[in-house]
Design a protein around this ligand. Structure first.
Ligand code: NAD
Length: 243
């Protein structure tokens, strides 16, 4: 933002695991203010304080906002993207399992608004992605596998983060890895990239133990995206100054 006024934020997917973390952490910050929240059917949420939580059917009624932060479901994504385009507001989305058509729509929207989609908003995974690319490039002949584990409620598999790390493997060695997914218990998110050669094995592991790390990264990104001109922005570039 060019002004010192707090960025006006819309939280989309407010009643979910991520949405509630976003509301709680946003309330602790002075540089942004949540002006509205949306969940599938609306909800009374302690984390929302005095902020209204509207049902998806009333999305068009949300007040003016600078940036939407979306952690919802693929089926909720299209109306939000359309709203951001209509209002000229930025979009920060961490929703995974989007279709090819939805990714294309994000690219198209970037001609009109600032757009950031990332499958993982943690700093550790941003750094891991670079390490994986380097390791895969240095060991092009080795087998590559990505094993990920998440809580039992996670819907998409492999996870968006696993696919993102897989793209880094492919960029490094020219071939995609194999994937294995576990859905069990309350695991927040674990990713292991394994490179295996004759007589030796390299493992690069990230373990998230608290989803606040994703919420903090997304709010920091939202602050930097508010008031930004059109274009597709990468999380690495935004948070780390890298690619
Ligand atoms: P959740 O199931 O707990 O919450 C989903 C939320 O979406 C709920 O608030 C629900 O009401 C809302 N929703 C459903 N349909 C809707 C609709 N039509 N309109 C508006 N809202 C609607 O899910 P979660 O664990 O909070 O995860 C949400 C998404 O974020 C998933 O795609 C997950 O994979 C992803 N995620 C991404 C990251 C990241 O760093 N990028 C981290 C964690 C989770």
């Amino acid at each position: 933002m060019n002004t010192s006024a707090p960025a006006r934020v819309l939280i989309h997917g407010a009643s979910g695991r991520m949405g509630r973390a976003l509301l709680r952490l946003a309330a602790e910050r002075g540089d942004l203010v949540v002006v509205a929240a949306v969940s599938a059917r609306g909800a009374a949420l302690a984390e929302a304080g005095a902020v209204p939580v509207l049902p998806a059917s009333r999305l068009a009624e949300v007040p003016a906002f600078d940036v939407a932060v979306d952690f919802s479901l693929p089926e909720a994504f299209d109306p939000l993207l359309a709203l951001c385009r209509e209002r000229g507001a930025a979009l920060v989305s961490g929703t995974t399992g989007l279709s090819g058509g939805q990714y294309s729509a994000l690219d198209a929207a970037a001609a009109r608004i600032a757009v950031l989609w990332a499958p993982n908003f943690s700093l550790g995974v941003a750094v891991l992605t670079e390490l994986v690319r380097q390791a895969a490039a240095a060991l092009p002949g080795w087998d590559a596998d990505i094993v990920e584990a998440h809580h039992i409620h996670k819907k998409d598999a492999p996870s968006g983060t696993a696919l993102h790390l897989g793209a880094a493997v492919e960029a490094g060695r020219g071939r995609a890895p194999h994937y294995a997914s576990l859905r069990t218990g309350d695991i927040v998110g674990e990713h292991t990239v394994q490179l295996a050669g004759p007589g030796e094995r390299l493992e690069l592991v990230h373990r998230a133990t608290n989803r606040d790390i994703f919420a903090r990264g997304a709010l920091e990104a939202a602050l930097r995206m508010a008031g930004r001109g059109p274009g597709r922005v990468g999380l690495g570039a935004l948070l780390l100054g890298g690619s």
